[in-house]
Write a protein that binds this ligand. Structure first.
Ligand code: ASP
Length: 329
């Protein structure tokens, strides 16, 4: 056999064996490499905090590292779109909050469809919000706050995490209920927004207790109310916004975990088992309780539980947002 033919045969053999190894690798049991848990907001914010809390026990349960990846911008829609377009192999998953349900009403040109582009893993946590002001803001209770805002209007700045974020939604509801237009200042997440509130560069912020409870307890901000319908065990002296006259102000930020449409069912099942294990982890449970967050029931922590809730929330918030006449694009 001449040299050339032998070389050609050897080359074909090595390509075939490489293809076989690759094929075998792609059929290796999931997961056989790190998993990216996309958070569509900046590091340091409440969504990021929940993701980093559960990533550790999820990594243990899956036997592979779950890496939190902050993909920011456009009120979270850039990060959500990245996951919608990712390969459906279980190596790119999403942690997002009720913005998944408000985006279809807020964005006239949305780059994903929450009900068509995703598989559902389960609900994760429900988090109330708190209305805060910078430490030296010239109002010391809700009545003084309302008076000051009515007198100063858009001279007052209200931070949020971009159009479509829950801090934006809370701000919209607050402004429409007190009948005042403030100057909204968008950030890539309420992590950076909180930094500016603590630094006095911005006046007000409505944000989730997963970030705000420590700041309130350390007296680093002023707090005017909580958005839940009842007072919080960790902040018993902080009245609800509803009891201070903002009718129907009952907002708790629910969160869900998603994968790209087409992710195989056995992979989704493994991620769901890891999520459940994380939410039962004693450290996670204690931390979330200390931060006034509610762990959903077992049936809510299922694909059907998340999908049903998402459908109901899209139906609920659509008319509210359309009535407010607000669009993010
Ligand atoms: N959850 C966002 C964040 O973690 C904030 C928001 O949606 O308002 O930054």
């Amino acid at each position: 056999m001449n040299f050339k033919l032998k070389t050609l045969l050897l080359a074909c053999a090595s390509v075939a064996s490489f293809a076989a190894v690759t094929q075998a690798h792609s059929q290796a049991p999931y997961p056989d490499k790190p998993i990216s848990l996309v958070v569509p907001f900046a590091a340091g914010g409440p969504t990021d905090a929940v993701a980093r809390m559960i990533a550790i026990p999820m990594s243990k349960s899956l036997g592979q590292t779950v890496l939190v990846e902050n993909v920011v911008g456009a009120g979270g829609t850039i990060g959500v779109t990245k996951v919608a377009r990712a390969a459906p192999n279980g190596y790119t998953i999403l942690l997002h909050h009720m913005g998944m349900a408000t985006a279809p009403a807020l964005y006239r040109k949305l780059s994903f469809d929450p009900l068509k582009d995703f598989e559902y893993i389960g609900q994760v946590v429900d988090v109330p919000m708190t209305l805060l002001a910078r430490k030296d803001f010239p109002a010391n209770n809700f009545a003084e706050l309302q008076t000051y805002l009515k007198a100063n209007g858009n001279k007052v700045s209200l931070a949020n995490a971009g159009l479509g974020a829950v801090s934006h939604l809370c701000g919209l509801l607050f402004m429409s209920q007190i009948g005042v237009e403030l100057t909204t200042v968008p950030y890539k997440g309420t992590g950076p927004a909180m930094n500016d509130l603590l630094g006095g560069q911005v006046d007000l912020l409505c944000d989730q207790t997963t970030q705000t409870v420590p700041m309130i307890k350390e007296n680093r901000v002023k707090v005017f109310g909580v958005t839940s319908s009842t007072r919080l065990a960790t902040l018993p002296n902080v009245p609800t916004l509803a009891e201070q006259g903002l009718k129907g102000f009952d907002v708790k930020v629910w969160h869900g975990m998603y994968a790209p449409k087409g992710t195989p069912a056995p992979v989704l099942e493994k991620i769901n088992v890891a999520l459940r294990a994380a939410m039962q982890d004693p450290m996670v449970k204690q931390r979330l309780t200390d931060l006034s967050s509610d762990i959903p029931s077992s049936e809510k922590m299922t694909p059907a539980g998340l999908k049903t809730h998402l459908e109901a929330e899209i139906a609920k918030w659509g008319p509210v947002i359309k009535k407010a006449g607000v669009y993010a694009d």
